[in-house]
Design a protein around this ligand. Structure first.
Ligand SMILES: Nc1ncnc2c1ncn2[C@@H]1O[C@H](COP(=O)(O)OP(=O)(O)OP(=O)(O)O)[C@@H](O)[C@H]1O
Length: 354
């Protein structure tokens, strides 16, 4: 089994070839590449500095760190940071998610079994049941919950003390969190998309862990196409590694030509737009004359959940200047018309043309 310089076992990841295990392999791959300390975590320097201060102060005072909310689009490192919070303070970590907490009882079971100082990570915290949310208010503030015993007129609430813990909540939609919950976090970190220099660092680190030889030009080419997102950077790197392996006769090195060929094969264009990004933009441009078009209409037209469009697709398209959000709906920018090789709203097709 091969072990990287950082002591991470990669052999079991590389050796798995059964397609049925592909998603497990992806997960293992993601896990193996996760930075384990704030020092290893690339980019987000402001957030790193803020977290470092919060964690150091808690250690100096020998108390549990304040509750932390991590907000931002998927794949920017929220889960990784939650793990680092636990790891840096040498604290146990419990992982859960909003969709798994559909009743107050689900949350009570988790909270009542926490050990002192434990870090509780709740991913997609905006999707937790309202009744659980209310229980969480008291738990976060007083490390206490009220358990209802009995039913109807005879029901009584019994207070239950909890071990002090740190809640790390992650959300892609911080706007959906009720204010009372948001206010109970001692610190909110807003994660931003990564710039290309940072993504090159993420990729160089991952290539080293994967023992893949790749030059700077090739790293820059991938960095420009990964939507400002480390998860996508790592995923594209994996496809490039496959390509280099197959077409390089097993030598395993990658250059800019193998990067371009691999990414073209997987339909990742020069701006890093993927199939869904392109479907959204082409729908706005060709079916709706460039917009404005409402979110729900757009979602139905491309056959995707409106939540996915809003949280995953749009932030990136807005960031790279292809889309603007207006009160009347989404509008394609002149840059979008150019990128898709169309000459302007007058070139839009009518519905009958499609
Ligand atoms: N700053 C970073 N430096 C290096 N690698 C990173 C960084 N941020 C994220 N990654 C890598 O990107 C992958 C995805 O990160 P992570 O799972 O933490 O994202 P997330 O924000 O929790 O996503 P989601 O919202 O979908 O749960 C991980 O494999 C991690 O190794």
């Amino acid at each position: 089994m091969s072990t990287s310089e950082n002591g991470i076992d990669l052999g079991d990841i590389v050796e798995l070839t059964n397609p049925a295990l592909e998603s497990d392999v992806e997960l293992a791959f993601e896990g193996a590449l996760r930075p384990r300390s704030l020092g290893e975590f690339v980019g987000q320097s402001k957030v790193r500095g803020q977290l470092q201060l919060l964690l150091t102060a808690a250690t100096m005072q020998q108390r549990t760190p304040d509750h932390i909310l991590l907000a931002g689009p998927p794949g920017l490192g929220k889960t990784t940071l939650a793990m680092i919070v636990a790891h840096e303070g040498d604290r146990p970590l419990r992982m859960s998610s909003g969709p798994a907490i559909q009743h107050a009882g689900d949350l009570a079971a988790v909270l009542s079994s926490l050990v002192p100082g434990e870090v509780l990570f709740i991913d997609e915290i905006h999707r937790m049941a309202r009744s659980a949310e209310e229980m969480l208010y008291l738990a976060m503030e007083d490390f206490r919950i009220d358990i209802m015993v009995g039913k109807g007129a005879g029901a009584t609430s019994v207070p239950l003390d909890l071990a002090p813990f740190t809640l790390v909540g992650a959300t892609t939609r911080s706007g959906l969190l009720p204010n009372p919950l948001r206010d109970r976090f001692g610190f909110t970190a807003h994660l931003e998309f990564y710039d290309e220099a940072e993504l090159e660092q993420v990729l160089a680190r991952a290539a080293q862990l994967l023992e893949l030889t790749i030059d700077r030009e090739a790293l820059a080419e991938i960095a420009g196409r990964c939507r400002g997102t480390p998860r996508i950077a790592n995923r594209l790197l994996r496809r490039v590694r496959d390509y280099a392996l197959v077409h390089g006769g097993g030598a395993g090195g990658a250059d800019v030509h193998s990067v371009m060929a691999a990414l073209e094969l997987y339909d990742v264009d020069a701006l890093g737009l993927d199939r869904l990004d392109r479907a959204v933009m082409e729908t706005i441009l060709t079916r709706f004359g460039g917009g404005p078009v409402g979110l729900n209409t757009l979602a139905v037209s491309v056959g995707e959940e409106s939540e996915t469009i809003e949280a995953v697709v749009e932030p990136f398209l807005v960031r790279i200047g292809l889309l603007t959000r207006t009160p009347r709906g989404r509008v394609a920018t002149p840059q979008a018309w150019r990128h898709f090789g169309l000459s302007g709203p007058e070139a839009a097709l009518t519905l009958d043309d499609l």
